[in-house]
Write a protein that binds this ligand. Structure first.
Ligand SMILES: Nc1ncnc2c1ncn2[C@@H]1O[C@H](COP(=O)(O)OP(=O)(O)O)[C@@H](O)[C@H]1O
Ligand SMILES: [Mg+2]
Length: 423
């Protein structure tokens, strides 16, 4: 069959890697893709938000399955448009992708269906938000309602900071229309775990757990980024935690969406915090995480197309989802200066080593070809993933592999997966 993957990051590279492994895929396209993806798929120069062009391309090429990897097109309704044109598509429709697209919606959903999450209030009026803060406990968390590239959450230590935060989100509109509404919620403490899942509208099957590292610097210092590295599984996601989440969170979320007339088909990403009062949902995403996908998907034993088709057809209950009994670590190689400012167009070398080693992967995020030369083309450049029999081995392997890769302004964190030493 012919498959079209929509997106251009490391996550889409990992998806393409799995699709390429599938016996069912004869031809893979990726729109717009990147230099690394072009080794597995034919990249077509159509942006992920160019819905008309994507639909036209899928019809013209008689694509059998479209996989939408990114949040913006999902929340914008790309799946609905492709389906309306008769094209089979993996991913939630617009009315379900709101689970990620509106934090106010997801908080109200959790409250209504008793899914554990931080206490909160939603606000559309900045004056009411400011008045509420006067009597609030600190620290407190402010969240822009809509998509904000992972930057719309502000943790405020005191009233002054929080007032400034309301101004930033709702009045200055730093995150654009994402700040038309805002969630103010209780500050929680605990370890964070990400759990990805496949969902077919009724049935949910969770994948192996993962943990990411959002801050730019070692020891969780510096600015927030798209993600500097991940490990999987998380040793903090114990059987006990899993049992709790199965009882109160996973199926409850799928059932709640169905009850609201918004059946969810695709990937739900549960951002969890393991608090003293038990696991609570920080947020939902409506797609694979990036770079979580880069440690989860290489460990999946199933044929990804079979699983995705089962999600579309509502037959996920018949799928035995299996992961390898090992571990993986992904270290992101970024451009020095990311996420603020950095140079691009710098030659990259050493990637041929990944073809010579089993269990090592180099997923491209921001790269392109300048003639024949691979060059950097973004803040996050590459995701170096390695497997190992356990997390320690996977971490050592991943860091060894980062040495294979050279580019002049290479930057990485040196403590990805360090938390496992405390487990
Ligand atoms: N209620 C909370 N208490 C403590 N930390 C939080 C809370 N909500 C969010 N955070 C922190 O902020 C990060 C980003 O928040 P999240 O809701 O995941 O939004 P997004 O990923 O869209 O930016 C979380 O990973 C967590 O570290
Ligand atoms: Mg998050």
């Amino acid at each position: 069959m012919k498959v079209l993957v929509v997106g251009s990051g490391g996550r889409e590279h990992a998806i393409c890697y799995c699709v390429a492994k599938s016996e069912k895929a004869d031809k893979i396209y990726c729109a717009p893709g990147n230099a690394g993806i072009s080794a597995l798929a034919e990249c077509v120069p159509i942006g992920a938000m160019e819905f008309d062009k994507l639909v036209a391309f899928a019809k013209e090429q008689q694509i059998d399955l479209v996989i939408v990897g990114m949040d913006d097109p999902l929340v914008g309704g790309l799946v609905d448009e492709l389906e309306a044109a008769g094209i089979r598509t993996f991913g939630p429709r617009k009315n379900a992708a709101i689970l990620e697209g509106s934090k106010a919606f997801s908080k109200d959903l959790m409250k209504k269906y008793n899914i554990p999450t931080a206490a909160y209030e939603n606000f559309t009026d900045p004056d009411k938000a400011l008045a509420y803060l006067e009597t609030a406990k600190f620290p407190i968390v402010l969240k822009a309602d809509g998509l904000a590239l992972g930057k719309g959450v502000l943790i405020c230590q005191n009233l002054e900071e929080a007032k400034e935060g309301v101004k930033t989100i709702m009045l200055d509109k730093k995150f654009g229309t994402a700040g038309n509404e805002m969630v103010i919620e209780e500050f929680m403490t605990g370890r964070e775990v990400s759990v990805l899942s496949f969902v077919d509208g009724n049935t949910i099957k969770t994948m192996t757990s993962a943990q990411d590292h959002k801050r730019a610097g070692d020891g969780d210092t510096g600015l927030n980024t798209g993600g500097m590295g991940t490990f999987s599984p998380s040793p903090f996601y114990t059987k006990e935690v899993e049992a709790f989440c199965e009882k109160y969170i996973y199926q409850a979320t799928v059932d709640a969406m169905k009850a609201e007339g918004r059946p969810f088909k695709g990937v739900i990403f549960f951002g969890l915090m393991l608090t003293e009062d038990g696991p609570k949902v920080l947020e939902y995403n409506a797609r694979f995480g990036d770079p979580e996908a880069q440690v989860v998907l290489p460990r999946m034993k199933n044929d990804i197309i079979e699983v995705m088709e089962a999600c579309i057809d509502g037959t996920l209950d018949q799928v035995d989802l299996q992961f390898e009994d090992n571990a993986a670590v992904c270290v992101v190689l970024a451009s020095e200066g990311y996420p603020v400012s950095y140079e691009k167009g710098i030659p990259i070398s050493g990637l041929e080593e990944f073809d010579r080693h089993e269990g090592y992967y180099c997923f491209h995020a921001g790269t392109k070809f300048d003639g024949d030369q691979l060059v950097t083309n973004g803040g996050r450049v590459l995701g170096v993933t390695a497997k190992g029999k356990d997390l320690k081995e996977a971490r050592a392997n991943a860091y060894a592999a980062t040495e294979w890769v050279q580019f002049a302004n290479k930057y990485m964190r040196h403590d990805i997966g360090k938390a496992i030493d405390e487990a």
